[in-house]
Design a protein around this ligand. Structure first.
Ligand code: IMO
Ligand code: MG
Length: 428
């Protein structure tokens, strides 16, 4: 039995899609265990970049089985759109290569409308992706949600969608002064979606157990990042699922001992979308330099929402905390090429809060918001690193930057991404 877990080690958008895509070459199964279409995993396929939101990143690898686990919240409408995009990019999406857990909860239009209403009403500063993620998980936790398995009977599913819309309409009109949704039209649309998605439904826990028993290699693909975890992230500025290691066991139904290797994906600097404390945040020219103009698909603009991402220096304190919490055996470091040409690079090695030095991540976001970074400065490099294929090909200062990160966070950097192309990667 062996599961390799890939987690975002920061606030999401670390380049997980790129690393999973590379690791999927050796995986028989790729499984998503948390989140929904708030995720945006970019994969380069030939000359195009495809953004996956719900379908696991193994979909472009022939013979790879892709599993959407029970811990995921599923948006049927957007899944159909995504399947069409994947097929346009040349991969077939059939029940042979994609299975959806019957126990995954469904995101319905009412969840999305409520998320959007709250985000735009001024009560919330979370800055969600407005995909209805929080409201779908709320219904799951309050035991009133609808599971994907209900799609096996499209007519009954439509009735339940209708009831959900009617109930949400009361709240939309009363609390937010928003127009009601068309329950009849949506019920009909979701019945049609259910009809198309029903063949993909499965007891994915059993599917995974069988695969593990047959000695197959499973890659568990995390969405979001560990700092957005509902329990261990910077609450309330988090998502509504467990993006940390425990989410793998609950979100797929696999035992912890089946997990053999945990890889954290970290960007060589930091980014965050939405609200919440960000100790190493940068503003001005340097921030623009790291963010990019938006002309390239890999520039720092949300792949789900298009929002410019907040950017900052690498936070080794937060990274070290998350390496420990998740038992990360190794790190994949992405976007090293973006740092080329900077004279000096800074890494936050500790914080100060009201004059006191802090070495561990505070759990209270209000405290975190008061923290200031203690930086260590390292010399930059001017060379283009995109053609490096071995660690020794990197400029000496780039090697030193990576070595210092390893020392500070307590995990080796086993993969370095040096550019957006599939082959622009160093595997040590
Ligand atoms: P991937 O998988 C970056 C952020 C949102 C917001 C907070 C809550 O691409 O790394 P939600 O819609 O989940 O209720 O929003 O979480 N967020 C992400 N940020 N990448 C993601 O996914 C994210 N998914 C959610 O910006 O701050
Ligand atoms: Mg994202």
């Amino acid at each position: 039995m062996s599961i390799t877990v890939l987690l975002g080690a920061q606030w999401g958008d670390e380049g997980k899609g790129r690393i999973t895509d590379a690791l999927a070459a050796q995986a028989d199964v790729v499984a998503r265990f948390n989140g929904g279409d708030n995720a945006g995993h970019s994969i380069t396929v030939g000359a195009r970049v495809v953004r996956l939101h719900q379908v696991p990143s193994g979909i472009f690898r022939a013979g790879c089985l892709n599993v959407i686990g029970n811990g995921v919240v599923l948006n049927p409408r957007n899944l159909l759109k995504e399947i069409a995009e994947i097929e346009a990019a040349g991969a077939q999406v059939t029940p042979e290569c994609l299975r959806i857990s019957q126990s995954a909860h469904v995101i319905l239009p009412g969840h999305i409308a409520l998320d959007a209403a709250r985000e735009t009403s001024g009560d919330s500063k979370i800055g969600t992706t407005q995909r209805g993620i929080g409201y779908a998980y709320m219904d799951k936790a309050s035991r009133s949600g609808i599971r994907a398995g209900a799609m096996a009977d499209p007519q009954r599913f439509a009735d339940r969608v209708h009831q959900h819309i009617v109930a949400v309409n009361t709240i939309l009109e009363r609390d937010y002064n928003k127009p009601a949704l068309d329950a009849d039209a949506l019920a009909a649309e979701y019945a049609a979606a259910a009809h198309r998605l029903a063949p993909f439904l499965a007891n994915t826990t059993l599917v995974l157990h069988r695969a593990l028993e047959q000695g197959k290699h499973v890659l568990a693909e995390g969405a979001q990042g560990v700092l957005l975890d509902i329990d261990h992230g910077t609450y309330p500025f988090v998502t509504s699922s467990n993006a940390t290691i425990g989410g793998v066991c609950t979100g797929l139904g696999v035992p912890p001992r089946a997990i053999q290797r945990v890889i954290g994906v970290a960007k060589a600097f930091s980014t965050r979308v939405g609200g919440g404390p960000f100790v190493t945040e940068l503003h001005g020219d340097l921030a623009m330099r790291l963010r990019g103009t938006g002309a390239n698909p890999w520039d720092e603009y949300g792949s789900t929402t298009g929002r410019p991402r907040r950017v900052g220096w690498l936070d080794a304190l937060a990274l070290r905390y998350m390496v420990r919490l998740n038992g990360m055996d190794e790190l994949a470091l992405t976007k090293l090429d973006i740092l080329s040409g900077l004279d000096t690079l800074r890494i936050a090695v500790a914080y100060t809060c009201q004059g006191i030095r802090i070495d561990d991540l505070p759990q209270d976001s209000d405290v975190l918001a008061e923290c200031r970074p203690v930086y260590e400065d390292l010399p930059g490099w001017s060379e283009d690193v995109r053609s490096a294929r071995a660690f020794a090909d990197l400029p000496r200062n780039a090697q030193a930057y990576i070595a210092r990160i390893e020392e500070l966070v307590g995990a080796p950097v086993s993969i370095v991404s040096v550019g957006p192309e599939r082959d622009q990667m160093i595997v040590r």
